[in-house]
Ligand binder design. Sequence first.
Ligand code: ADP
Ligand code: MG
Length: 328
Amino acid sequence: MEKPIIRIDKASKFYTGELGGIKDVSFQIDRGEITAVIGSSGSGKSTLLKCIYGTLALDSGIIYYDDLRVLGPDERLIPGHPNMKMVSQDFNLNIYATVYDNIGAMVSNRDLKYKGSAVTSVLEQLHISHLKSKRIIELSGGEQQRVAIARALVTNVDVLLLDEPFSQIDTLLKIQLRRDLKAIVKQRNINVILVSHDPLDGLSMSNQLVILDKGKVIQTGSPEEVYNNPRNIQVAKLLGQANIIEPEFAKFLNLVSENQLIIYPEWIQVSDSPNAFECRVVEINFQGRAEEVLIERNGLMLTMMHVDFGKIQIGDIIRIDIKKYIAL
Ligand code: ADP
Ligand code: MG
């Protein structure tokens, strides 16, 4: 096994006089991976990213990059690890300069031929070649975002740190950017660490999910591992709007449990198997690729996903089956 490229060991950062920051954060990152740090607003995601980059000093703990401690802002002439680049939410672009000049400004003029080809290559990788002569103020938020990422990538970084990279763009562009980033990571064998409040970003594009809550890591693992084995209710709710069943209600679902149960909506199916039981349809919300159906049994409400469109109506009694559940 190759050594991890980044190791975070009990990293803590406290802000004076307030709660917040991060506490005892530990995890490792392998080379060539996409790591997604997911947590609600205020959970410490940006703080963690700045500590990894070295623009914020830790109060305790250590962060290693390639076995060397990442130096804090006071320990370096230019804060920030030389092998990393961070794209923050404000992009930090020169809005009156062109796309080409914004990106080119990151490359030395010593070898103009190299500079030209380096800029051209990142413009192509991010599908923004057609924008190269435009000024930043003429671009949409999504386009500016791509320029900001291109600007970081043109410096041949090993680690790209992205703070909420998908927050300002619509769904279609989001899917495209996720794909492009995945391709770039693979092609260049670099690392991306992204933070987001949207679990879908992590589930759909990361190799490793890190779930942060109130500055602490509550779970890490591959998206599949974390989704299918959430450590607690918070993780399950965050990742998949799970149904949480208190033990005393389990019997209504023909289950017996002394613990809370987690049932994702897609684990509930309409069925005519002998185990199936009756529920009443309370609400149906069309969501394009599925209907989100709210059902009720003995006062217990459940949300299920239903793809057999138009077959059920509000007020219907339907028979359902629980395909899978997790007891905490
Ligand atoms: P996130 O990026 O997950 O929204 P942040 O890392 O920005 O969270 O912030 C985590 C917590 O630390 C928040 O409660 C925030 O108010 C607090 N915090 C962040 N930066 C500072 C600061 N410079 N001074 C004091 N408190 C801060
Ligand atoms: Mg933030």
